[in-house]
Design a binder for this molecule. Structure first.
Ligand code: SAM
Ligand code: SF4
Length: 351
């Protein structure tokens, strides 16, 4: 019987059984991955407590990082050989990668052209948004957990709220649409701010999505009992807004959405823990050091960097990628007693 959690009895990341080939990135539970998350760096200029310790982490050694050309080659294999249709760049903080505009431009030339998006804390986006749009960036998600400068500093250990807000404005001004905001609420830190954040997003035309905090912090201190749940977030929003379930089809989108005060503004809640959407997951992940992860919570990875550097052709890379995805487990298993937090924190996986 296949393993159902990521705990010790898990199926190895690398296949373990024959899988269909050639073709798309299928798994043995009937899902097909068409959405690629590419981490461009494990470094960051913030230290959000749910993600990275204040002292930082031992960064990946430079020689292990994929070069810009290697990233472009692997994304090319994903798009042209494996049916990937959406490419999202993330990190760490992807705006810290000097080659980002060039990578985006090269990916925009792939056939068929994938949709290209970025998840960022937006620090520096005021300088880069124009170049990124020109390169082919289609959409951006900006992480913003509070509108209060002191809280921002307490939460992210850096006094950079103004820089994030400048980046948000620049994203909208440069024509990126819709601009989405990702918010993680933490109990006793910013969980009273949900309605203010939604008011801010509605007033500025941003689409806000709350994300339940997941056990992906570097210190491993996440506790389910302390997590602010999707139900609590909705209750808090409903003290101020009327929320009606969005009639639009959700598809494989992780966020459940609601119309705010009759619409057209919407708010999303990503209940990764209490309302998991693993059954509809369409994601595959490439880390900054060239490892495929078939799930955020996978405990195994599949090395593509070594394959690329050993001179493998695109067909061999595609085959290794298919094998990696074939071994994807049906769910993250956070609620299972045998669940083990992945060795890499969110910043090194790519959120
Ligand atoms: N630095 C960029 C940013 O913050 O948007 C991109 C990387 S960050 C890891 C991507 C997303 O993951 C952010 O929206 C962040 O809030 C979210 N995230 C990080 N750690 C998380 C955790 N433990 N649980 C839920 N979301 C988390
Ligand atoms: Fe950096 Fe993003 Fe992690 Fe915050 S969530 S520490 S901005 S990588």
């Amino acid at each position: 019987m296949p393993a159902t959690t990521n705990g010790p009895a898990r199926t190895p990341a690398l296949g373990g059984a024959r899988q269909p080939s050639p073709g798309a990135l299928r798994d043995r539970h009937g899902r097909t991955a068409t959405d690629l998350r590419v981490s461009l760096t494990d470094r960051c200029n913030l230290r959000c407590t749910y993600c990275m310790p204040e002292a930082g982490l031992p960064w990946l050694p430079k020689p292990t990082l994929l070069t810009d050309d290697e990233v472009i080659r692997l994304v090319g294999v994903a798009v042209e050989e494996l049916g990937v249709r959406e490419v999202r760049f993330t990190g760490g903080e992807p705006l810290l990668r000097p080659g980002l505009p060039g990578i985006v431009a090269a990916v925009a030339k792939l056939e068929p052209r994938p949709e290209i998006s970025l998840t960022t804390n937006a620090i520096g986006l005021d300088r880069l948004a124009g170049a990124l749009v020109e390169a082919g960036l289609d959409r951006v998600n900006v992480s913003l957990d509070t509108l209060e400068p002191e809280r921002f500093e307490a939460l992210a250990k850096r006094d950079r709220l103004a820089a994030t807000l400048r980046g948000l404005e620049a994203a909208a001004a440069s024509g990126l649409a819709p601009v989405k905001i990702n918010t993680v609420l933490m109990r006793g830190v910013n969980d009273d701010e949900a309605p203010e954040l939604l008011r801010f997003a509605v007033d500025h035309g941003y689409q806000l999505r709350f994300i339940e905090q997941m056990p992906l912090d570097a210190a491993g201190v996440w506790r389910r009992e302390e997590m602010v749940t999707a139900a609590e977030i909705l209750d808090s929003l409903r003290t101020v807004f009327e929320l009606v379930p969005d009639p639009a089809h959700r598809g494989s989108a992780p966020a459940e959405t609601w119309l705010v005060d009759g619409g057209p503004a919407k708010v999303g809640v990503i209940g990764s823990v209490t309302r998991p959407f693993c059954g509809d997951c369409d994601r595959t992940r490439l880390t900054a050091d060239g490892q495929i992860r078939n799930c955020l919570f996978a405990r195994g990875e599949t090395d593509l960097r070594g394959l690329v550097r050993s001179g493998a052709d695109d067909a061999a890379i595609a085959e290794r990628w298919r094998e990696a995805m074939w071994g994807k487990l049906p769910g993250h298993g956070i609620d299972d007693p045998s669940f083990l937090q992945p060795a890499r924190p969110m910043s090194a996986i790519g959120g």
